[in-house]
Design a protein around this ligand. Structure first.
Ligand code: IMP
Ligand code: MG
Length: 183
């Protein structure tokens, strides 16, 4: 039987808190205010890429004070070697017609940049009024394709993070903070 004060394997792999709940909340409040000012009076659609960005989307949309719509999509990219094929398979598409909106993609993390650069190609072809990307986290040192988010709330070094929507084998998405994962 497990002792009460003994750490489980699950808990032990949460190495340290990298970004606290308070830091996340403050950065989202600021980003929400900036988005509200930029899109005032314009038809705005926030698009979240599932699943990782669902927690960020939930908090960011509540920090945006102007009227707006939200939508979700689920996408998988296919690659030949390290080169993006530019082929992204939509496993769940948007409900909205993006032509009618200024679109802001809400993403959890930009790593190699391949997924987002494919999604941007695809959404641009649908001719939105404008298209921008806001990401909670950015790992620029890992980039394999030339991609830069319009807004990145936190830039982090190359370590694997979990929590606040981000997973390791589908676990840890429920942590309220961003943590470094590891042995
Ligand atoms: P990429 O930019 O195409 O390489 O893909 C980024 C996606 O990989 C993100 O949306 C995450 O789902 C996942 N990912 C990348 N780095 C991490 C990490 O440190 N923790 C959890 N998921 C990650
Ligand atoms: Mg993601």
């Amino acid at each position: 039987m497990q002792m009460k004060n003994e750490m489980t394997e699950y808990e032990r792999k949460i190495k340290r808190v990298a970004i606290s709940e308070e830091e996340i909340a403050a950065a989202i409040k600021k980003a929400g205010a900036e988005i509200s000012a930029e899109y005032e009076g314009k038809p705005l659609l926030l698009v979240s890429i599932l699943k990782g960005a669902f927690v960020f989307m939930a908090d960011l949309c509540r920090a945006v004070t102007i009227p707006h719509d939200i939508d979700f999509m689920c996408a998988k990219s296919y690659y030949a070697g390290t080169e993006s094929s530019g082929v992204v398979k939509i496993t769940m598409d948007l409900v909205h017609e993006v032509k009618d909106y200024h679109v802001v993609i809400v993403e959890d993390i930009v790593d190699t940049g391949r997924t987002l650069s494919d999604i941007i190609k695809l959404l641009k072809a649908r001719e939105p009024l404008s298209l921008k990307v806001v990401t909670l986290l950015d790992k620029p040192s890992r980039r394999l394709v030339d991609f830069k988010a319009d807004k990145a709330l936190f830039t982090i070094p190359d370590f694997f993070v979990i929590g606040y929507g981000l997973d390791c084998d589908e676990k840890y998405r429920n942590l309220p903070y961003i943590a470094e994962y590891g042995e």
